[in-house]
Design a protein around this ligand. Structure first.
Ligand code: FPP
Length: 238
């Protein structure tokens, strides 16, 4: 049986549909989604989860209507301004992954300030994916490798990880996607090779702490074999 996941990654999907179902603007769905994110971040910290990754904005999301992109960026700014001191108090270390070159200067400044202010946090890493795409991350990693002219024979799964944005963060154990879609959508595609997947029909603004706990309990019932048979895993552990 699996214990408490060390790393939970979440695709917070369904904000737009949540709003459309109520006949209100999609941007209102995102606003409710960011309130929900705040609650789930608190719940994860209270439960003792060491790493929480949230897919807040993908590289593909830049192609959404301007007002939606603007709202998402404003929500992010509001979140960082409102929560920075709280994160520090709670021992939450804030970090982001993704293609920073595409982010506006004011957001980059705010990210840097929040990362610096929370850098000593030990309770939980909060990793926000901003302008993030798994393929883009892998290509940027390969570019770094080529620039360093690394010996191809010395490359292995362990040292390749150091070139990814998630350097130093363990792979996700549990990956949750809300809103009934059952795909990874370019999210942590390298790191999720052995993640346990949890899909729920619930739209992100409706995803409660109780359902978060249900997802963790569901994970804890699973047997993780990492491609091996159970007997050989017992030998490694003992
Ligand atoms: C997917 O829903 C969600 C997003 C593209 C944005 C997620 C962002 C937030 C929850 C707010 C920002 C978070 C923080 C922590 C400040 P969708 O719009 O694709 O939904 P749909 O599939 O129903 O259209």
């Amino acid at each position: 049986m699996a214990g408490l996941p060390q790393h939970i990654a979440i695709i917070m999907d369904g904000n737009g549909r949540w709003a459309e179902l109520r006949g209100i603007p999609r941007t209102e769905g995102h606003r409710r989604g960011s309130e929900r994110a705040k609650q789930i971040i608190e719940a994860a910290r209270e439960l003792g989860i060491k790493n929480l990754t949230l897919y807040a904005f993908s590289v593909e999301n830049w192609q959404r209507p301007l007002d939606e992109v603007f709202t998402l960026m404003e929500l992010l700014k509001n979140y960082l301004n409102a929560e920075r001191d709280n994160m520090k108090r709670q021992g939450i270390r804030f970090m982001t992954i993704g293609n920073r070159d595409m982010l506006p200067g004011d957001i980059l400044t705010l990210i840097k300030e929040t990362e610096d202010a929370t850098k000593d946090g030990k309770a939980m890493n909060l990793i926000l994916c901003l302008s993030y795409g798994g393929r883009d991350e892998i290509i940027r990693a390969v570019r770094k490798l080529l620039k360093e002219k690394i010996d191809p024979e010395s490359l292995n799964e362990d040292n390749f990880k150091n070139y990814l944005d998630t350097d130093g963060i363990p792979d996700p154990d549990l990956l949750i996607r809300t809103s009934g879609e059952r795909r990874l959508s370019n999210f942590l595609i390298y790191q999720s090779a052995y993640a346990e997947l949890y899909f729920t029909e619930t739209l992100w603004p409706d995803f409660t702490k109780e359902e978060f706990l249900e997802a963790i309990q569901d994970y804890q019932k699973r047997q993780r074999r990492f491609g091996r048979v159970l007997e050989s895993l017992r030998c490694i552990k003992s």
